[in-house]
Design a protein around this ligand. Structure first.
Ligand code: FAD
Ligand code: SF4
Ligand code: SF4
Length: 474
């Protein structure tokens, strides 16, 4: 029976106890079993105007797949899921659903608690892989044209999936030795186990997508050569210029950038030799750790530090809990794992000397007034300074785009005023003929689900552009 929300309470998937999960890097949530999956799907009220769908950047056909899942028609539900998304089981795991589909769900708004959309999506996706419902990529015909994609993160992967399925020869270039972008080297295993990313990459390889890894475009390989080798190019390079602290003392050797820290930890998880980790520089074991920032990256750092055996972990954020950019679910998970949050606290100086950090001087802040982005601005509280002892300070202050016109030696590649690649409306076309762009390099640091949406949209635009060129040439 559908629409059982009046009698069936919302229940999430089983979650490992904090004391157990901090001993490793495995995902903390389990999949639904069949009874829970069907039962939770049946809570959907099948709204005539499904706000959940509006809240999903992919406009996933959520009510339809929830209805099919509730009727026990899991494979048909899966077909609906995969129709609009190249990485559904990944989005089901790491979308901040409270701000997207589930936050918009009518039941949530009416006080009945949301349908657990993300967990159902993940459950259907994992079941699809286990049961062989995920079809291999087998284009009906080859199109006789090739597309080079720079960046093998979720935007590049989604575009590669769609373009190869449409019959284009696709080459993915990435400067890292493994593909996946931040899914592989940024996001820790406790949110997204690596085999979940790998099976998607394997499917691309099996479908004929060529990977050229360890190739820094603009460095090892001129961008002009990539353009010359393909009929169209997609730039999906993400944003990697880490914003750094400018406070006194921040040049000390115990102050590190969040992504360096997370990449080292993820590499250790793959079994790689990481000298900077083994020497202690990028390892939190036994240390008093302070993480500065309030987004997803900061949450991943604090929880990684706990798992590495830090003596203590404190997160400093200059606004309050309600104004944090990070997911509320991840903050709650971090708190359960023993992380201490200092809200309304901004770093004033890093204490110690060039060789060793001893602490952070902190300025207590107060909310001042709401700002244009919906979050409150803050101001210092008079006399509100205090010190926190620290051996390791991790900066997680966000990322800006690299200077791509300079890196790619393409001065005509236009940027937005804050350095992202400028694209024309919905076409994803840049100011360079035959060059398109998608994901964080266009939006700025964003979300995986938006990267997937952009990659899929870019693939459709590239297909339309190449098709019209082929027709004109015929
Ligand atoms: P990326 O994933 O950054 O991939 C870009 C790829 O391009 C990389 O592999 C890079 O090596 C490659 N590249 C860059 N320059 C070059 C070059 N010159 N030559 C060759 N290759 C190049 N989002 C969520 O939705 N949920 C989360 O829980 C979440 N957690 C996050 C945690 C962290 C620590 C971080 C940093 C981000 C998180 N995000 C999360 C955001 C999300 O990961 C990004 O929005 C998303 O990965 C962007 O996808 P992308 O494909 O545009 O770029
Ligand atoms: Fe929700 Fe993300 Fe899935 Fe969309 S892709 S339905 S926002 S979990
Ligand atoms: Fe179902 Fe909620 Fe979407 Fe309505 S808004 S269709 S109840 S998931």
């Amino acid at each position: 029976m559908n629409q059982t929300f009046v009698v069936t309470p919302k229940t999430g998937p089983a979650k490992a106890r904090a004391a157990d999960r901090i001993r490793g890097f495995n995902e903390i949530y389990a999949d639904f079993g069949p009874v829970a999956g069907v039962g939770q799907s049946s809570r959907c009220a099948q709204c005539g105007v499904p706000f959940c769908q509006t809240g999903c950047p992919l406009q996933n056909n959520i009510p339809d797949w929830l209805r099919l899942a509730a009727e026990g028609r899991a494979e048909e539900a899966w077909r609906q899921v995969e129709a609009t998304s190249s990485l559904p089981e990944i989005c089901g795991r790491i979308c901040p659903q409270d701000r997207l589909c589930e936050g918009a769900c009518t039941l949530e708004q009416a006080g009945w608690e949301t349908v657990t959309i993300g967990s159902v999506e993940r459950w259907l996706g994992d079941m699809a892989f286990e049961n062989g419902w995920v079809d291999p990529i087998r284009p009906r015909a080859e199109r006789g044209a090739s597309v080079g994609i720079v960046g093998a993160g979720p935007a590049g992967m989604a575009a590669a999936d769609r373009l190869r399925s449409a019959g284009y020869a696709v080459t993915l270039y990435d400067r890292h030795d493994r593909a996946g972008g931040l899914l592989t080297y940024g996001i820790p295993g406790f949110k997204l186990e690596k085999h979940v990313v790998q099976r998607r990459l394997d499917r691309l390889v099996d479908g004929g997508v060529e990977f050229r890894l360890g190739v820094d475009v603009g460095g090892d390989l001129p961008f002009a050569e990539v353009r010359a080798a393909h009929d169209a190019v997609l730039v999906a390079t993400g944003v990697y210029n880490a914003r750094r602290l400018t406070a006194p003392g921040c040049g000390s050797s115990g102050v590190i950038a969040a992504l360096d820290y997370l990449i080292a930890s993820n590499r250790k998880g793959f079994g790689d030799a990481v000298p900077a980790f083994d020497s202690g520089g990028l390892n939190a074991a036994g240390k008093r750790v302070v993480v500065i920032g309030g987004g997803d990256t900061a949450m991943d750092c604090v929880r990684t530090a706990v798992r590495q055996g830090a003596a203590s972990v404190t997160c400093l954020y200059r606004r309050d809990r309600d104004n944090m950019p990070g997911s509320a679910r991840e903050v709650a998970n971090a708190e359960e794992e023993g992380v201490v949050f200092e809200w309304l606290a901004a770093p004033r100086a890093v204490l110690g000397d060039a060789r060793r950090v001893t602490g952070v001087r902190v300025q207590r802040m107060a909310l001042a007034s709401p700002s244009a982005d919906g979050r409150w601005s803050v101001e210092p509280v008079s006399g509100g300074e205090f010190d926190i002892t620290a051996d390791l300070v991790i900066e997680a202050l966000g990322f800006d785009p690299e200077n791509l016109p300079e890196l790619f030696a393409e001065p005509d590649l236009a940027l937005t005023e804050w350095g992202a690649v400028r694209t024309a409306g919905h076409t994803k076309a840049t100011t360079l003929e035959g060059v398109f762009a998608a994901g964080d390099i266009v939006r700025g640091a964003s979300l995986v689900v938006w990267a997937v949406r952009d990659g899929q949209d870019a693939a459709a635009e590239i297909d339309a552009w190449l098709t019209s060129r082929q027709r004109a040439a015929a």
